[in-house]
Design a protein around this ligand. Sequence first.
Ligand SMILES: [Fe+2]
Ligand SMILES: [Fe+2]
Length: 176
Amino acid sequence: MKPIGPLMREHRLIERMIRVMERRIALTEPDPAFLTAAVDFMKTFVDQIHHGKEEDILFRDLKTKTLSAEHRRILGELVEEHIAGRNLVKRLDQARTELIPGDAVSREQLAGIVAEIAVFYNNHIDKEDNRFFYPCLDYFSPVEQEKMLRDYAEYEGRVLQDRYLNIVESLEAGTR
Ligand SMILES: [Fe+2]
Ligand SMILES: [Fe+2]
């Protein structure tokens, strides 16, 4: 497997989740448990696991290479976009905590943020999948690509260990 394979597979899951978010928020009164799950997905899976693998492994390794001007520019844009994505999720989380049951205004606000997230990730994923990932492979030898795949697995394991350690600690402390 190429090291862009897992990232592209994760893109498909992100797209599916965003479609569910759009549907659930457009059709029904927002369900707090669903919103909690959606924010957790965006924070843990999208930001920590997916963006983490991109930034801390793929992008980190690309920065050791002599990139073309175009690839250097796109790399800079992608890092900026991750920051913008994080801010959108912060707004979603905020709107979730401020949601007033039955209130059309707060529901519309939530739907507006989800619509922004959908447009944002559509563009971001398109840029990575169609203009960046494949040409990036040319900068790496097969051995380097193998190492990247091992780094992903280790990274993902660490994120999940930390996540559940935090959950247990906050349950022990009675803060969750
Ligand atoms: Fe990305
Ligand atoms: Fe991505």
